[in-house]
Design a protein around this ligand. Structure first.
Ligand code: AMP
Ligand code: MG
Length: 400
């Protein structure tokens, strides 16, 4: 057996980030920026008012209350507006440009406008700059707005739209093909013959792929037959940036996945010192990485989390590949007799108002018992020979 970190290093050393491409900004949420973004525009582009009110000279408010002559009204979007002279004010709406001459805003609540005679009474003294949003207060030309490697989220799209970007350079979203292998597997909801089970891994893995921000491609259910496995992998490699299969990587006599992959790819077959998900295979065919996950449903999910997801994140351009680990309180004792393996237990629970997690078992811990994996909000990481009492501290990998 090899350690999890050796397996991870082996995989991560052999995958690279995908090329960067220019894509419409509208489609970029969840992707990773492929180049630094330097602003060529100011935000805001011009000085404007943060409040509905009156634009005036701050000096005219000394000794308030004062009465000023109203010389016009400026709405957001107006480009034609009066100059404000001493003793004058302009009505102004939020977002409208500050008119020449004015250096401050008094919000409407502290004024009384007299339509007849067109005057306004200003109740308060204000300083220059009051409620004025200066040009470039958020972004200036030449600013490094976001660095290469930034994960684009809603706010980033807003900033990029605000500086006039309609496209953005990002790492390509990995297209990840997912297939299930095994003669016992059936698709859909029909009756089961003796010995058959339903394929549950494919939908789960496709959902994990998509949840992780990648594009999932369903490569179907492949029987344990050399020809079928060969064409499934080769066709998948044409269409996808990476392929994930489940099943057929352990010691079974009919595990043709091994035979086929050894022929078409440079593979390493691993036994990793973890439970679940001990068997794992990784290789490259051409330029396409193959992840061979074990067939047991819980194992395939854990294997995806620990090995495939970090590598796919690297391909997607992320700087951080692993989920963060946290310390938590366990309500149940944790530990196992020495088997030279680190156990990843399926736990329920979550953080309290301070962010501190408390966890308990999510149910049956067999690698075929998906219900507990489905309920799990975290994996407890229990090293070989650990003995943690109920109420003690353990390490967890939150999954939510
Ligand atoms: P294998 O890794 O092919 O030896 O399979 C290990 C166990 O996982 C066996 O009990 C298989 O029936 C089961 N298994 C394999 N693939 C799937 C799948 N796609 N969905 C559900 N169970 C599976
Ligand atoms: Mg099998």
């Amino acid at each position: 057996m090899i350690s999890l970190s050796e397996a991870r290093t082996f995989v991560l050393d052999r995958v690279d980030s995908l090329p960067t491409v220019g894509i419409p900004l509208a489609d970029s949420a969840g992707l990773v920026l492929g180049a630094d973004v330097v602003a060529t525009e100011s935000v805001p582009p011009f000085a404007n008012t943060a409040m509905d009110g009156f634009a005036l000279m701050a000096a005219d408010t000394v000794g308030a209350p004062v009465t000023l002559r109203v010389v016009g009204t400026i709405a957001a979007g107006d480009c034609d507006y009066p100059t404000v002279e001493r003793g004058e004010a302009a009505r102004i709406m939020t977002g409208a440009p500050l008119p020449p001459g004015a250096d401050a805003i008094v919000k409407v609540e502290r004024t009384t406008f007299h339509e007849v005679g067109s005057t306004v009474e200003i109740e308060i003294e204000v300083e220059p700059g009051n409620h004025v949003r200066a040009a470039g207060e958020d972004v200036r030309p030449g600013d490094l707005v976001f660095e290469k490697g930034t994960l684009l989220r809603a706010g980033h799209l807003g900033v990029l739209a605000g500086i006039g970007h309609t496209t953005v350079d990002t790492y390509r979203r990995p297209r990840v093909g997912v297939m299930s292998t095994g003669d016992e597997l059936v698709d859909g909801g029909g009756p089961l013959r003796r010995g058959q089970i339903r394929d549950s891994n494919r939908l789960t893995l496709l959902a994990l792929v998509r949840d992780s921000g990648f594009e999932g491609v369903d490569l179907g259910l492949v029987p344990d037959a050399e020809a079928a496995i060969t064409s499934a992998f080769l066709e998948g490699a044409e269409r996808c940036d990476a392929i994930i299969s489940s099943g057929g990587v352990s010691m079974g006599a009919f595990d043709f996945v091994k035979v086929v992959l050894d022929r078409i790819a440079d593979m390493r077959w691993m036994q990793i010192a973890i439970r679940p998900a001990k068997p794992f295979a990784f290789g490259i065919s051409g330029t396409t990485p193959f992840f061979g996950l074990p067939g047991n449903p819980v194992s395939s999910m854990v294997s995806f989390e620990l090995l495939a997801r970090p590598a796919l994140r690297k391909m997607a351009g992320h700087a951080e590949w692993f989920r963060p680990m946290l310390e938590a309180t366990t309500e149940i004792p944790l530990g196992h007799g020495p088997d030279h393996r680190t156990h990843f237990l399926r736990m329920e629970g979550g953080p309290d108002s301070t962010g501190w997690w408390t966890v308990r078992s999510a149910g049956g811990q067999g690698s075929h018992q998906m219900s507990a994996m489905a309920r799990a909000t975290a994996l407890a990481v229990v090293p070989d020979g650990a003995s943690i009492p109920a109420g003690g501290r353990c390490e967890i990998i939150p999954l939510i």
